[in-house]
Each structure stands twice: as C-alpha cells, then as structure tokens.
Design a protein around this ligand. Sequence first.
Ligand code: ANZ
Length: 784
Amino acid sequence: MLYIIFMQPYDPAKIEKKWQAVWEKKKVFQAQDSGKKPKYYILDMFPYPSGEGLHVGHPKGYIATDVMSRAKRMQGFNVLHPMGFDAFGLPAENYAIATKTNPDVAVKKNVARFKKQLEIIGLDYDWSREINTTDPKYYKWTQWIFLKLLEKGLAYESNEPVNWCPKDKTVLSNEDVENGKCERCGTVVEKKPMRQWVLKITAYADQMLKDLDLLDWPEAIKESQRNWIGKSEGAEVDFKMKNRTEVIKVFTTRIDTLMGATYVVLAPEHELISKLKPQIENWEEIEKYRQEVKKKTEIERTNEEKEKTGAKIKGVKAVNPANGEEIPIWIADYVLNNYGTGAIMAVPSHDERDLAFAKKYNLPIKEITLDWSLLEKFGKKVVKFKLRDWVFSRQRYWGEPIPVLHDGENIVPLSEKDLPLELPKVKSYEPSGTGESPLANISKWVNIKIGKGKNAKMMRRETNTMPQWAGSSWYYLRYMDPKNNKALVDSKKEKYWNSVDMYVGGAEHATRHLIYARFWHKFLFDIGVVSTKEPFKKLQSVGLIMGADGRKMSKRFGNVINPDNIIKTFGADTLRVYEMFMGPFDQAIPWGEDNIIGVRRFLERVWKLQFKISKTAKASEKFETLLHKTIKKVGEDIESMSFNTAISSMMILTNEMDKQKEISKEDFGAFLKILSPFAPHIAEEIWANLGNPTSQKLRGTGKALIATESWPEFDKNKIIEDKTNIVVQINGKVRAQFEAEIGISESEAKNKAISMPEVQKWLEGKEVKKVIFVPNKIINFVVL
Ligand code: ANZ
C-alpha cells in the first residue's frame, strides 16, 4: 500500500515550497536568548541589496553557514543564524540615482527581492531578527555609538588632506582606496584638504595587533591586518640646524646607521618648509616642486621602481648629531608627510631608496661601521603605525546623519533622547560635488533654533553623513536583541550570545569591515557595552564562484547566473549541494552546468532509495562499517568546512545503498539526517514519507521534522580500522613494514614481505629456517 503512494517522481518544485512553509510556521529556526543548550552564533556578512539581485556566487557562503547551523542545531546547540541588509552607502545610492528612484524606495524594493531569493534556497535564517541599517530604529544606535566616541575624544574634526573621489564626489577613507583608486568606481583619487570627521582608530592599533593572536582566523587575513596596522619600532632622532633654533625630527628603524646619514629629506608638505622660507635661497624652485608633487598619488610617490625626484633646499643645513658633520637638506616625494615624522635621515650606504636618490643627485655615500649603541645616545625609542585615523564623513545623501550641531566654531552633540536623527526626505539627492552633502541644501533642516526666548540661538546641523561601513561595524550585536529601543543590546543577551562563534564572508573585507568592526567592538568593550574583547572568534573566507568562462561573475562580462533559474530547473537542493560540492570552500571555482546535472542525478538516486526500505533488511557488516564511517566523516567535515568531501563520502554511501537489495529504515534515516543540512527539502520529504518518528499520523504535521531531529551517533565499534601495519623482521630485527588489510594471511604477508627490496637485501644468499607470523602485527624471518 505504502509503496504505491511513494512511487512518485522527485519533484523539487512541489516539495521545497511546502517544507519552507512548514519551517516558517513552526518557527523551527528561531533562536532562544537563554536555555540549557550551549549557544552557537553563526553569522554571514550581510549583503547590500543591489538592484541586480543575487547571482549564484552570493549564496555560496550563506549555504555553508546554513549547512553548519542546521548540523549544530541537530547536535543540540541553540543556534543563532540571522540575516539582514546593509543598505546605506554608495552602491545603493548610485543604483537609485541611475534608475532615478529615491534610495529609500529602491532599497525597500531590492530588500524584498533579495529576501525572496534567499527564501527559495531554503536557508534557515531567524527572520524574526532581521535588521536593516537604514531603519531609523537601527541607526539610532549607530548614531549613539558616534556620540559615545565623541564623548571619549575618539571622534574629532580635522582639516588634513583627504582622499577625494571626483566621480563619486565624496571623500574616502584610506581603506576605501586601492592602489590610489576609488575602490568603488576605479577613479584615481585626489588629495584635498577638507574639513572632515575622523575616528581615532589609531588609539586601538596596538591592541588590535596583539589580539589577533586570540583569533581563529585564516592566517592570510590576520597577516593583511598586521601589515595594514603596520607597527614599526624605531627611534626619533633630532637633527639640529645650522644657525636656526628648530630641529628636524626624523624617524628611523636603523639608528645603527646614523654615522652614514649624509643628508636629510623632508616630505614636500613638511610644515618646517614655510618657516624656513626667509632663509631659503631657491624658494621658487622648492615651491614649484611642491606643486608638482601635489598632482601625484601616494602610490606613484612610493613606487620603488620609479625614478626618484627631489630638490635641494639651498641656504639651510642640518647637523648629523653622531659626528657633527654639516649635511644638506632636501625635499623629495618618496618621503611621506603622514608617516613617522615626515622627515628622514638618508643613509645611501644602507638604504636602497636613499642610494638611488644619492646616485642621481651626486650625494655622498659613506661606508660605516654599524653601531646600535647610537640608540642609546642620540635617539628616543618610538613606535609608529602605518594605520591612519578613519575618515568618517561622506558628502553624500544616503548615510546616517552625523548627530551634532555647529554653534559657530563649537560642536554641540545631540542628546541621546533626540536620536535617531532621521535622514530628511529630499527631492534631489545627487552629490553636489562642492564638498557639501545634498543635505546642506535643505535650509529648513540645517538651520535649527535651539533654546527658548532670549536664550534661543540658531545653530547648523552637520550635513556630512556617515560612510557605508558605519552600520556594519556593530550589526552582529543588534541581532542579539534587534527590537530593544532602550539599549543597543541588553547586557544579559549580550553576555549570552557574544562572541560570534563562526563568521563567514569574503576575504576582501580583511582591512576594511573587519578592522572597523574590531575597532568599534574594542571601544564598546571599554565603555562596558560588550563583555568580550573581540567580535568574531572564528572566521572563514569564501572562495568566489567564477563565471563559466573563468572570469569574475559580472553583468559586464555577460556571465552571470541567476540562482532563481537554477532553482526553477533543478531545485534548491541541487543548487545547495552543487555549490558545496564544487571544490574546497575557500577556493575560487568556475560555474559548471554539467556538474549540476550530476548533483541532480545524485539526489534522484537518493529519492529512489526510499523504495528499498524494508523491515526485513539485514545490512552486511561491510555496509554498516561504511555507513558509520560516513556519519563520522560528514560530521567532522562539516565542522572543518570540507563540504565537498562530506558530499563525496555520501555519494559513495549512496552507491553502496544502490547495490543493496533492501535497506533498513534506521540505516536510511541516519543517512537522511546527515544529508539534511545540505539538501534539507528532499531529506525532510523522505523523512516524512518514512513515517518518522513513530507514526504515519505525524506525517506533514511538522512534528516529525528532520530539521529538529538529533544528529546520528556513529558506533565506534563498527568503524574499527580495517587496515594495519605489519612489521617485517629478520632475525628479530625490524627491517621494513607495510600496510595490509586486517586479517591478512601468513602466506600473503610472506609474499608481500619478500617482494620488498629492503627485505630482499637481507634475505639474499641466506637460508630461511623459519617464519614466525603474529597475525596483524609481525612477520619474522629466521635466517642462517
Ligand atoms: C634610516 C635608514 C637606514 C632607514 C636604513 C632604513 C634603512 P618602516 O619599516 O616602514 O617603518 N622612513 C621613515 N619615515 C618615512 C616617511 N615619512 N616616508 C618615507 N620613508 C620613511 O620604515 C622605516 C624607515 O623608512 C625609516 O628608517 C626611514 O628610513 C624610512 F638602512 O632611516 B630609515
């Protein structure tokens, strides 16, 4: 009877929607904020909802965390696996401008589309905790963090030259610039002095560096953070000037070379230069050079291969403190103003750059004996960092308003009760390019009367907005307590959930999002909002899915594959298993349609196996061993994110089940459980078909969901190694060994041993008197 019902073909379109609805209705994936179970917080880097929707590359990481969170849930953990949208910033705003829609409207539409796309993949997100960085209820707390930073002196205004992208018409942080170009649009950035809000990330440089040791992160990502922070231990040395009171402070990591310093170089922007103007004999030449340098990017200036340029400052001289020699002062663009002290002592005999410069301008090259004791005598030990403070304001519309007022020269922070300071609706949100955000044009919003009666005063709102990276610097905390309007996160919930146990996302975030989030977390730790030093205990990077042509998947190359179409043709389970099966998870691998068909066939075979279930099934010992080994391997492989090998071991097991005449319900059930994190819909359907857990009545009611079942345990006794090492002895001395099947016979062992050259050597010309065989262990030849 039953069998007639079951003989339906595999139809993912039908079963996938059904189970997604059941999971949602039963709130299977909602996390509890307390309880006896151990917690497991697994997080994806949340997407910005672009207008193009998801392509098949995006969900690769989400499927991986889904597999892990489903397995962890079955293994008895209280799992938090949330999702949200990072919707402020340039990508969302540029899309809105291009399509002439208000960013707010565009974001809402794009979020709805993204969500739909994620839902049909069957991901186990706890949507009751969904967040959106553009929701005023959310960004109230982004603004609150800013106010706290301001209060603690870690947010300040600066007029230093900043990176300006002429195309996006906004300043950028150093982290937003790649090889001198805007990371977003590829335009060469310009350096401009502009008033900006800056966050003092450098205050945490040392701590961020040290605490990398606490983290279970890919070494490559840790290393790029180390390099980005760039700690350098060296010394500052004062070079006096002839006939002047000022000193030139240089930073060097090689004070032992001080005797060989034959000139001093100032960065062209060095503040001392204008002070020296009256004494400089060639001011015009110096000024001309300074103007030329302004046009160059930092990358051009520091390019080792490029010919060095510079100009001698005539009329002034410095004195080498170690030997009293008068040496010339130059300016050159290879010395940067914003590193060290903006001035160097040049040692052409020991530094390549100085040597190239000295050769070009005929400067003396002095051979010397190195002497570290000059440390002690002329230098002051200092530590410098390459990390610069975070330029935090943008001249764009679509970001969190910075919650401060300007009262003339003074800054007046908004009070907490005035948060959120909502982004006003505007007609024209295109960037003005003047260095002011479009908010500056809304005079009604900008000019605000503070106080009453006689004390009333007009103040101006800050019109710059926060960068795209603001909302993502703390979002993982909000998932712990998404609806709290009294605190950023309730401290009990925070203590329960922190830190994130597993964080999965793109390695390209190494020196941006991952550095900013660590900075904010450490700050929140210092002010008592969080109880841990680090936000993300373990990190795993996702390898890209490339186009079938091997290029990056992009609209530009016409090689984008839409997951919706794949799901329509093959089903979500096929997409999921395929993406996990493509190859090692952290490697970039091209999309391959043929392999998807192979995965679909695998699932079809799984589907058909349910018709072999029988009460009378009696599994062979060999099959039992394979089953239990597979259970063990899949569990371990999920833990180590070796999804592809987990799947191939399940394929091997499936082949073996194909060969069996009948399979027991228990054995097949165990297989379905380990398959279920990868292919949850088909597993859930067959599981229900089997009448689990006890009765047919429970079918389809959701009570017997495999998603809430416990992970099968493997039987240790059934997976005892079937291989052993046989030691070969000649007259009791170990001469060789080989691997063999357990139970190898004496004659087989003997034949194997005498075929080995290292054994033959000892037997040659000898007479074998006796062979002693200890089963599975030793074969000993007694020779004369
Ligand atoms: C003399 C010297 C001799 C140096 C030698 C190096 C080798 P890191 O490790 O990157 O910190 N330097 C200092 N400030 C600079 C600036 N603003 N722009 C360009 N170069 C600068 O490198 C520190 C070294 O880089 C310093 O040590 C200085 O050159 C140079 F055989 O001083 B050294």
